[in-house]
Design a protein around this ligand. Sequence first.
Ligand code: ADP
Ligand code: MG
Length: 701
Amino acid sequence: MSYSFLDTPIEYLKGVGSKRAESLKQELSIHTFDDLINYYPFRYIDKSKIYKIKEINTTNSYIQLKGKISNVRQIGQQRAKRLTAVFSDDTGSIELVWFRGIKWIKDKLVGNKDFIVFGKPALFNNKYNIPHPEIEFEDQEEDKLGETLQPFYNSTEKLKAKGLGNKAIGKLTKNLMLKATDILRETLPEEIIQKLKLSSKEEALLNIHFPKNQHLLAKAQSRLKFEELFYIQLNILQSKVNRQQKLNGHVFSKVGKFLNDFYSQNLPFQLTTAQKRVIKEIRIDFGSGKQMNRLLQGDVGSGKTLVALMSILIALDNGFQTCLMAPTEILANQHLKTLSTILEGLHINLGLLTGSTKSAQRKIIHNNLISGELHVLIGTHALIEDNVQFKNLGYVVIDEQHRFGVAQRAKLWKKNTIPPHVLVMTATPIPRTLAMTFYGDLDFSIIDELPPGRKAIKTLHLYDSGRLKLFGFLKKQLTLGNQVYIVYPLINESEKIDLKDLMDGYESITREFPLPEYAVSIVHGKMKATDKDYEMQRFLKRETQIMVSTTVIEVGIDIPNASVMVIENAERFGLSQLHQLRGRVGRGTDQSYCILMSGYKITTEGRKRMEIMVRTTDGFEIAEADLKLRGPGDLQGTQQSGILDLKIADLIKDEKILKYARNLASDILDADPNLSLPNNKLLKSQLIKLFKSRPNWGLIS
Ligand code: ADP
Ligand code: MG
């Protein structure tokens, strides 16, 4: 009964109708009454406080003013167009400015009446103004529920054009809430509510839309945040439990000749404690009879490849084939070379399959995979194609996972009747909150230690004016026999400028470092794979001393003799990319350097990124800073997942609530993995309701 009311399509709400409903669906994903009730305000104005213009002395908080408007003017043309107005109260005046929605706002700014203005003052030419304030008329104070905190709902230009601005959304919500209060169901078990002293659902919804005071608003927010994060965690953890129950895994019970011989004859150094620990974790999974899905995080240079290799040897010892998947051809090639060197004498058959493998060669590989002769297939995403069939694939390692799509990875599961174990390796540390959400159903391993003898990379930030200094420094380094990378932003189809920058850079470098004394390589994404590889090889063999390139060398390349990384236009790179690039040096025993070049004109955020890079080399710290600077929505690979479309919780600010929610969800599932006990009935029905139409996150990996 109550179900059917809340599930009513939004067009049937009084004041909506089919046209507005269409826009609500498109713009805000509001399809039903329930969706509208769960569309929360993004901000509240404290109506009890009205500031005076002369009180304004800071630019960092929102304030509310009351006064009159004069001198409304439209200035500038097209993109530079803006609307200004003078706003005055009895203590002074201040300019208001709008850059968007000018026409709509202009129509509202008429008449000699009192306006309420809400916004965040900014300093411009040493004077305060308020950009893009929200505005309303003083006489619109009717129908309040007596609240002093007034909700503000996000709207869009399209919705505003249909008369569905903040106010109208608020009104619709209020009408609906008045009708719905009696039939709103509780969505969390009484036990949890009691234990955590949460508001009831009804109370929380009433106070999120029409808060009676700050305290009740805060209570409503924490109840709703908790609920949101809790059900996400319950869903992720349950799909993990499900998978573990359903999916059997190959049992790799023994360690045999391959690993033993490697360990005693080929291992070039001692494993770090962290490497040993991770190998142990993987071995436990291998023996468990369940399919492994493990995410291995380890900072650049921490020695993930070796862990991958040793776990591959265990799979081979148990009679299974394996594959190692890399995001680029350069990297796949490099893996092949590293592995064939380090595995010498062990009689392990390696194969390489990439986009540029010739069809004759491809055929041989296909045959050797089917016959079982090939032990380890190394390649790019070419190896997930359907026609690549194995005799007995048991284990897949995916290097630098963020380059692969979720669906592509899922394809690998189907390459054997029992799905292979999967190890996903990433050198871009994932902030904990994000990992718990986005990769919540994988098991984690972390290599938190670098091999001994590494010196911390020194990082500096230079402006273009420091170029002479840079060249002097590079000469010194080259004289010492060290090699240098100089990286430019990636060449974009649309951006001819990037290619020009790269070519200009290459020219000035060859002028500064001429033959025969020096040799310079160049590599970029527009080159043929074979040419790229040729240049990489020249650099690797030290036939060239300087490598000028785009970010194609970003991931994975391992050339220990290269000790200087120069990043041009460093302000254009994101933090995790800068960190990746920096990780290309510091791999040998020499002191390494990373030099970030930028112009003087950089944004505040760009400057912050430079500061963070100079300050720390800790990948986890950088990842956290990145998340804070950019917000989770921008992180690579997460956009399309929908997992971060949170209604109210915030993965950065609500870390504590998230952890609590995860622990509680995990305890509940430990006691009742299928949520089949009577007192978990509500949890189960909520999960079904909430996630029936969502992507199955359990298949990430
Ligand atoms: P990443 O984790 O970035 O993939 P790699 O696996 O490429 O790191 O390892 C970086 C470098 O460290 C390689 O040259 C590798 O041979 C070396 N290395 C790995 N493990 C150890 C170790 N335990 N002791 C010394 N050097 C190691
Ligand atoms: Mg690597």
